[in-house]
Design a protein. Structure first.
Length: 202
């Protein structure tokens, strides 16, 4: 009778010891917390990297769209102009549009200007009553983050009455690699235009 009771106490004691040993030690908790911290740090780093890449990509797309809009803006004025002049020293593109009178001679002229100052390209144009003031301010700002703005006039060998104006915009900012947008625009050859006017006058 006594022996059986002792065995029951021993069994209960072992069970109680088993329940106590089922918990985690402090070292095990610290290891688990360290692993969790490493995993969370890696996840946060990946999220930050992905966010930065998305921001850079969006910035690049926005700049490319702005550059294309600027080139389209220039194209419109160049194609409507009577003559085009590029000053490489001043980084300035001047487009002059003549108003032709009944005698086929220019009565008046209005000019439009594109120029680079610092890291931006600006635009201004004459009006019927006022000459354009070429000030590099927000009022005339057309495109920023510009590293270089160049133009080159070339003769179209196939169409001698036309010239080709090659426009190049090189853009760059601190978050992205530089890229270049180019466009070639057909212009009226000023030499051909003057010859045509002379023929009409004769």
């Amino acid at each position: 009778m006594w022996k059986n009771y002792s065995k029951e106490l021993i069994v209960e004691g072992d069970c109680m010891k088993g329940k106590v040993r089922a918990g985690y030690s402090l070292i095990e908790l610290m290891i688990a917390m360290a692993i969790s911290a490493i995993v969370l740090t890696a996840i946060i780093g990946l999220i930050g990297f992905a966010t930065r890449n998305m921001r850079i990509t969006q910035t690049s797309v926005d700049l490319q769209n702005q550059a294309k809009e600027t080139l389209n803006h220039m194209t419109t004025y160049v194609m409507e102009g009577s003559r085009v002049e590029w000053d490489d020293n001043k980084k300035r593109l001047t487009i002059t549009k003549d108003k032709i009178g009944a005698d086929h001679k220019p009565e008046s002229s209005l000019a439009s200007y594109y120029w680079q100052d610092g890291d931006a390209v600006y635009f201004a144009k004459d009006t019927e009553t006022k000459k354009a003031v070429l000030t590099s301010d927000k009022k005339h700002l057309l495109l920023d983050h510009v590293k270089d703005f160049t133009c080159e006039k070339k003769e179209d060998k196939e169409k001698k009455q036309k010239d080709i104006l090659h426009i190049s915009l090189q853009l760059k900012n601190e978050d992205m690699a530089e890229f270049t947008c180019d466009k070639e625009v057909m212009t009226v050859s000023y030499t051909h235009l003057r010859a045509h006017e002379t023929e009409l006058h004769l």
